[in-house]
Design a protein around this ligand. Structure first.
Ligand SMILES: Cc1cc2nc3c(=O)[nH]c(=O)nc-3n(C[C@H](O)[C@H](O)[C@H](O)COP(=O)(O)OP(=O)(O)OC[C@H]3O[C@@H](n4cnc5c(N)ncnc54)[C@H](O)[C@@H]3O)c2cc1C
Length: 174
């Protein structure tokens, strides 16, 4: 049986680093935002492969100029203040490969807090299994989650599954 879960401005599929960043950016514009993640944690590959460490790798160039800021820098700075990150390692011998280490478990907890503060909704333990299309337009997704199989409608669906699962299910060339 299919339940109706809700309608959103912006539905983000996948709660890895890209999905979380998209959800926070969307929620900060005031858009009604839902993040759907199949596991019980945020961070995606950062958590699957990360502990005990994960590093933002290219926030600085070889001249030690910061070239990437935004949400990566914001989360690194906040974790640094809390003692759950290390200062940027600006070494000459690594060329442009500058590490900015964060603790992935603490990163996930911080993200949970930020998404809650920004009033973005989360559906964890929720696997997207299909898409809803009207003609050639994506209208939402079908999700298997602990309270049953549900339909989620969206003005915009963004695929952050890391493997373009939603695009594939929608019939887009992958
Ligand atoms: C071993 C390893 C070490 C790495 N180390 C570093 C590093 O130190 N520094 C660095 O910058 N990069 C590193 N990378 C690369 C980095 O991890 C990835 O580029 C990055 O995590 C990709 O983020 P993403 O959000 O696009 O995808 P992912 O992190 O893969 O997130 C995708 C999310 O979507 C969810 N999902 C997938 N399908 C569905 C579905 N159908 N329904 C619901 N949810 C779904 C997944 O559970 C996952 O949480 C590493 C990669 C690996 C494999």
């Amino acid at each position: 049986m299919l339940h109706y879960y809700g309608s959103y401005d912006f539905v983000v599929c996948g709660g890895g680093t890209s999905g979380v960043t998209a959800a926070v950016a969307s929620a900060r514009t005031g858009a009604k935002t839902l993040l759907i993640e199949r596991t019980g944690q945020l961070g995606g590959q950062m958590n699957f492969s990360g502990p005990p460490g994960f590093s933002y790798a290219y926030l600085f160039n070889a001249l030690h100029e910061q070239v990437i800021a935004g949400f990566a820098a914001e989360t690194h700075n906040r974790l640094l203040e809390m003692g759950h990150a290390l200062p940027h390692t600006l070494t000459d011998w690594r060329g442009s490969y500058v590490f900015s280490y964060v603790d992935p478990d603490r990163w996930g907890l911080l993200i949970y807090q930020i998404l809650t503060e920004e009033k973005a909704e989360m559906m964890l333990h929720s696997l997207i299994t299909d898409v809803i299309k009207e003609n050639n337009t994506l209208k939402g997704v079908v999700v298997e989650h602990p309270s049953g199989r549900s339909i989620v409608l969206a003005k915009v669906v963004i695929d952050c599954t890391g493997e373009r699962e939603i695009g594939y299910q929608a019939g887009a060339p992958v």
